[in-house]
Design a protein around this ligand. Structure first.
Ligand code: SF4
Ligand code: SF4
Length: 188
């Protein structure tokens, strides 16, 4: 069953097509404890690159070079703040976000006012898992890229979680085309 929350008088349901403004409302509660930022970082949208670079007064290229790393999922590459890992832990998938700083005993985000979209949608509430799935489905999965669709199909087949509205036959409505994508008749 889809996740729901009453925000004011409005009931929000999380599915693959929930509008961003509703997602931001659901994920807006952050106590700034720094816990999630100590173990990972959030992906940036294109708009985030510009906003964060402006905030730091550096070029977008410099931002990438100095602070970001590129990750691929479902054949889409997005950038996220680099993770700092201790010696011998370079291959671990988690680490401390490069923008997390400690000040007066508090863990704070150096770019809080312009932090990446995935950081803004939240991930530690009871909706966290669904919010993370929403981000993945909306920003990594690309229905116009056959390879992205194939990788998503493999993910689903191996038991990967998804949200209502992101079923394969809804993603590519033409069944013949979907079959040709999955059988590699359509490559790109
Ligand atoms: S979103 Fe992260 S920093 Fe904010 S309260 Fe949750 S765990 Fe803490
Ligand atoms: S950018 Fe800020 S909010 Fe996002 S993971 Fe890093 S420290 Fe946390």
């Amino acid at each position: 069953m889809a996740s729901e929350k009453k925000a004011g008088r409005k009931r929000i349901t999380i599915n693959a097509h929930t509008p961003l403004k509703d997602i931001l409302e659901l994920g807006s509660v952050c106590r700034k404890c720094g816990h999630c930022c100590s173990h990972g970082s959030g992906f940036l949208t294109r708009e985030d690159h510009r906003r964060i670079a402006e905030h730091l007064r550096i070029s977008e290229n410099k931002l990438k070079e100095k602070y970001l790393e590129e990750i691929e999922k479902f054949n889409t590459r997005l950038w996220r703040p680099r993770l700092k890992k201790g010696p011998g832990k370079e291959n671990l998938p988690y680490g401390k976000c490069v923008f997390l700083m400690e000040k007066g005993g508090q863990k704070l985000c150096r770019i809080h006012g312009v932090k990446p979209l995935q950081c803004r949608i939240g991930n530690c509430t009871k909706h966290g898992e669904k919010l993370t799935l929403w981000f993945t489905l909306n920003y990594f999965l690309n229905e116009n890229d056959p390879e992205s669709v194939r990788q998503y199909a493999t993910y689903l087949k191996s038991g990967g979680k998804t949200l209502k509205g992101a079923e394969l036959n809804g993603l590519v409505k033409d069944k013949g085309k979907l079959d040709r994508i999955l059988s590699y008749e359509i490559l790109r």
